[in-house]
Design a protein around this ligand. Structure first.
Ligand code: XMP
Length: 323
């Protein structure tokens, strides 16, 4: 019968056998899947694994620290953090179109990750042969099933590498559903905030700013988002909602009155949704007193925000994210 203990034992043995004396690389995103996959592989092969975390500057408050400190403390994993905030901000400057933003973020992410990979290989030699991925069972079914290899084009400014590196994939979560992954993560001793994390998009806060992405706007949105998350957690609502994007309408202004006078600030949108699989969703009927606390705190504590609005659209017709 299925127990988290037996899954872990089985995977640890299989990974040891597969990797032998070679080395593996794993990208961490801050999400549940990559964290649990990395923790499993770490348990199996220890220092033969190196993790890479690309800090694109688009994460929410405290999330990068969660990976850098809490995840490392819980697993003892070797972690290479790449601070790429400036690079991402530069690439995103002047861009407001959602699809354009996604393309830029995806492209920069791959470039930075491959550069980090190339550096790790340059440091540790050609025995780096494996790439760990947090593929889940539903992803396997969706993509038709095969296991595979990944072709990674190396960059030319790192000497002594072949033009194309071929990695064999390690996918220790291939047979698991999300709730099972969380159980395995818990059993492996990962922090609650990582194991129970709600979905968060890869492009991060970059697609939660309607308008151009700038450092000031990101900082502002991080504050508003942190307040919303804090109040939802305090109210015990984390398990009731699927996720609650907090969106900054940076291209919209409205008139307000605050303290001693007129303001002309930006609205923040709360988008709490209930869902089973994110394919469809309904807007969450949150208690009014919780909404009131979030609204009061955001307008009091976040500079340049003078209005909080609630998104009451289901999916369809509205997607969960605004971009
Ligand atoms: P939508 O907005 O399409 O979102 O209703 C459905 C779910 O997917 C997440 N999402 C993303 N996740 N990269 C991701 O890894 C993305 O580009 C992306 N866009 C949306 C969203 O947060 C929701 O859970």
């Amino acid at each position: 019968s299925w127990t988290t203990g037996s899954v872990i034992e089985e995977q640890v043995a299989a990974i040891r056998e597969q990797v032998g004396t070679k080395r593996a690389i794993c990208g961490l995103s801050g999400g549940v899947d990559s964290a649990v996959a990395a923790a499993l592989v770490q348990k199996a092969i220890g220092s033969q694994l190196t993790c890479v975390y690309v800090d694109h500057g688009l994460m929410r408050k405290g999330e990068t620290e969660q990976v850098e400190k809490d995840f490392v403390a819980a697993t003892g994993v070797q972690l290479k953090v790449v601070d790429a905030e400036e690079r991402f901000l530069k690439a995103l400057a002047g861009v407001s179109d959602p699809e354009e933003k996604r393309k830029i973020i995806g492209r920069e992410f791959i470039r930075v990750f491959e550069q980090a990979q190339a550096e790790i290989i340059a440091d540790s030699g050609p025995e780096v042969a494996f790439l760990v991925q947090g593929t889940l069972y539903p992803d396997v079914v969706e993509s038709g099933g095969g296991t595979g290899t990944a072709n990674i084009k190396s960059h030319h400014n790192v000497g002594g590498l072949p033009e194309d590196l071929e990695f064999e994939l390690i996918e220790p979560l291939r047979k698991l559903f999300k709730d099972e992954v969380r159980m395995v993560g818990q059993e492996l001793g990962l922090p609650e905030e990582i194991v129970q994390r709600q979905p968060f998009p890869g492009p991060g806060l970059g697609i939660r700013i309607v308008g151009e992405v700038t450092k000031d706007r990101l900082d502002l949105l991080r504050e508003a988002d942190a307040i919303a998350r804090e109040e939802l957690t305090a109210a015990g609502l984390d398990r009731d909602i699927w996720q609650c994007p907090v969106v900054l309408l940076a291209d919209v202004r409205s008139v307000g009155v605050q303290g001693d006078g007129r303001t002309y600030g930006h609205p923040i949108v709360l988008r709490p949704v209930s869902s089973e699989d994110a394919m469809t969703a309904d807007w969450s009927r949150l208690p009014y007193d919780v909404l009131a606390r979030i609204s009061t705190r955001i307008t009091n504590e976040v500079k340049d925000v003078n209005r909080v609005v609630l998104d009451v659209t289901s999916k369809p017709p509205g997607t969960i994210e605004w971009e």
